[in-house]
Design a protein around this ligand. Structure first.
Ligand code: ADP
Ligand code: MG
Length: 227
């Protein structure tokens, strides 16, 4: 009987991971498709080749990352990362979508933000998931603001991603990150689960502040671990 329960739990986990892979891969696939359409229509130069290549690489790393997720104890590979570069990279991925939807994107980064030992693939995925939610919450014209500060007293970089979107009630904030918790018609409720796991695997924390019909701020704190 115990074995049956164990097997059914194992099946549940596999189902979750499979659904997660599908969810995470859909974004880069959609953008590859979009860029290929632009390329085929002949209205662009070869500049999109780079983006298509890097989006394909992202799919590759997502699959790799999910294999990591399945083995949570596996060590993260840390290298010196410029967080500002990562955030600019992620915002660039959403640039066309923001322009089309009338989302004004602003950034403000402390000059004192040091490089931090981190995993670039995980960082990209973290910010992609958060920025995507912000744009979906805005759902039309609005503002998206990303602020990065270095807090020397705790030796952490704090990134605040603020949107002027529809917000979320405090009762529901608690549930963000639960597998399959979504308030969207076509949501999967897996983005923040992966994001939370990745942030925690990097020693960081993620918090949400929100006001219905005003907007939401996602606060991500990451340790610098300077020695
Ligand atoms: P999904 O985007 O598929 O719904 P997520 O795990 O990314 O799944 O997000 C879970 C839920 O958290 C969302 O459905 C939404 O209710 C809430 N949420 C996350 N980010 C925001 C945000 N910026 N503004 C409002 N609600 C948010
Ligand atoms: Mg999401």
């Amino acid at each position: 009987k115990d074995e049956l329960i164990a097997r059914s739990e194992q099946f549940e986990t596999i189902t979750r991971v499979a659904a997660g892979i599908a969810h995470e891969i859909k974004n880069p696939l959609t953008s590859i498709k979009g860029f290929l359409q632009l390329m085929m229509s002949g209205e662009t130069s070869g500049q999109y080749g780079d983006i298509v290549f890097s989006e394909l690489s992202r799919i590759e790393s997502i699959v790799n990352e999910f294999m990591l997720l399945a083995k949570p104890d596996q060590e993260v590979e840390l290298e010196k990362i410029n967080l500002i570069d990562i955030i600019h990279y992620v915002l660039a991925l959403f640039r066309a979508q923001c322009r089309q939807g009338g989302v004004r994107v602003t950034t403000d980064f402390d000059a004192s933000i040091p490089d931090l030992p981190s995993d670039p693939k995980r960082l990209k995925q973290i910010f992609i998931n958060v920025v995507k939610n912000a744009i979906e919450a805005i759902d039309g014209p609005g503002d998206l603001n990303v602020v990065g500060t270095y807090r020397s007293e705790i030796d952490c970089v704090v990134v605040c991603i603020t949107d002027s979107g529809k917000g979320i009630e405090s009762e529901q904030i608690k549930r963000i990150g639960e597998p399959f918790f979504t308030t969207k018609e076509k949501g999967t409720g897996l983005g923040m689960m992966v994001t939370t796991k990745f942030v925690e695997s990097l020693g960081g924390t993620i918090q949400y502040r929100s006001k219905v019909n005003v907007g939401t701020t996602v606060v991500i704190t990451l340790p610098v671990l300077s020695s």
